[in-house]
Design a protein around this ligand. Structure first.
Ligand code: FHN
Length: 405
């Protein structure tokens, strides 16, 4: 039976895109975009991907300092290069480049740090001889298989790699499928084989049923149905390391995204793209650590947060847990803040970090919080915690998905 509790408590994880493409330092799709031939990819890039400064304990410490509770590492991206010494091909880290297993140390380090361990795995494998090809402008279609023999061999290949990953590294908490594949590659059978080896694992929806988590990418779009869900986002514009991409989000943006996923009862899987040598770009470290400092002070508003019934507003993101409501204020509204959403009787109002009580009044469905400091103390967001009389209820329901701006 898959263990879903940790996921809803975690609310925040680290996505790690790292592989041969990190050596090229221009994103993980460059071999497809630049029509790179396999031999060139192997000799010019894979052989130079050495992971010489690889320190998964440092990655795990960064995740802990960031306030993250789990991680998902690209064990094999679309390029087909396995970060573990697979028996299914020669194109792996034990045979080319690092000349050692990179997955085992990741699992050990993140487990030791008390984090849940996830594997990203792309069934698509551009350079595999039985895959339709590496340079489609999007993805191959069912008609692009050379023949049924090729398709059958490819299914055996990707299934064998998953069996290795699910058998050789102890308990794995999360399998994160990615990539579009030409057609259903016996996904139900493969996922059931995964669950037979890892009964408590969570699986995302990208390789079909059975799955447990629905993921959205570069946008926060909660699913309509009541299901575990997660938004994955880059810190700049690239998943894999890109030396020319300086379009970094700031810690303020990270907490905006995190409060937005949490208020909708979902998780944020935020990406780092380590360099080829295994070091993490300093910008990523600084941004994640500053956001982690906010979480050290206000994490109660995020971890375990439940889907909030309240509509949007012009000053912040409102999260909730049990009978508590957290007003995460990003934009100061002056010495008074009026909140017109809560049906319940408010029993108390305090600054979350300091515990200092706030003068408040409720009248005709309007909650007035008064004598607030201007400017608010926290440069990222100041959180006020309200204790309500019972489970939070909205005065009126938002029936359309319309948010200005
Ligand atoms: O093609 C991949 C991409 O390289 C990256 O891994 C993202 C992360 O979720 N997923 C796919 C694009 O949707």
């Amino acid at each position: 039976m898959s263990d879903t509790n940790w996921f809803n408590e975690a609310r925040y994880g680290m996505f790690i895109h790292w592989g041969v493409y990190s050596y090229a330092a221009r994103g993980e799709w460059f071999p497809n975009r630049e029509l790179v031939p396999f031999e060139e990819y192997k000799t010019r890039y894979a052989e130079n991907f050495k992971a010489e400064r690889y320190d998964p304990k440092a990655w795990a410490k960064l995740a802990v300092d960031a306030g993250m509770k789990y991680a998902v590492l690209t064990t094999r991206h679309h390029d087909g290069f396995a970060l573990w010494p697979t028996q299914t091909s020669d194109f792996h880290a034990g045979n080319i480049g690092p000349m050692r297993d990179l997955v085992g140390p990741y699992v050990a380090a993140f487990r030791e740090a008390g984090l849940k361990v996830g594997f990203y795995f792309s069934p698509a494998s551009w350079f595999h001889p039985d895959y339709p090809g590496p340079h489609f402008r999007d993805w191959p279609n069912e008609g692009d298989w050379k023949d049924s023999g090729q398709r059958d061999r490819f299914i055996e290949h990707y299934k064998a790699q998953l069996i290795e990953l699910m058998s050789n590294y102890g308990k794995i908490d999360y399998l994160w499928y990615d990539g579009c594949i030409p057609d259903d590659l016996q996904s139900r059978e493969v996922n059931e084989a995964v669950l037979a080896l890892q009964p408590e694992i969570l699986i995302n929806e990208r390789n079909g049923e059975p799955f447990h988590v629905e993921v959205c990418e570069q946008a926060i779009k909660p699913p309509a149905e009541d299901i575990l869900w997660e938004a994955c986002m880059t810190l700049n514009d690239n998943w894999g390391y890109h030396a020319g991409d300086h379009n970094w989000k700031q810690s303020h943006d990270v907490i905006q995204m995190l409060t937005d996923t949490a208020r909708n009862g979902g998780n944020l899987l935020l990406n780092i793209g380590p360099k080829s040598d295994g070091s993490v770009p300093q910008e990523s470290v600084d941004i994640l650590t500053a956001a982690g400092d906010w979480l050290k002070r206000n994490g109660e508003a995020i971890y375990g947060a439940e889907k909030c019934p309240f509509s949007w507003n012009n000053w912040g993101k409102v999260t909730m847990k049990g009978s508590k409501v957290y007003l995460n204020i990003f934009k100061c509204t002056g010495t008074e803040l009026c909140y017109g959403e809560i049906k319940n009787k408010v029993l108390s109002a305090k600054f979350l970090e300091s515990g200092v009580s706030i003068d408040f009044e409720q009248k005709d469905g309007r909650l007035f919080l008064r004598d607030l400091p201007v400017p608010l103390k926290d440069p990222i967001a100041t959180t006020i915690v309200l204790e309500l009389d019972g489970q939070p209820e909205a005065i009126r329901e938002q029936t359309s998905f319309w948010i200005p701006g």
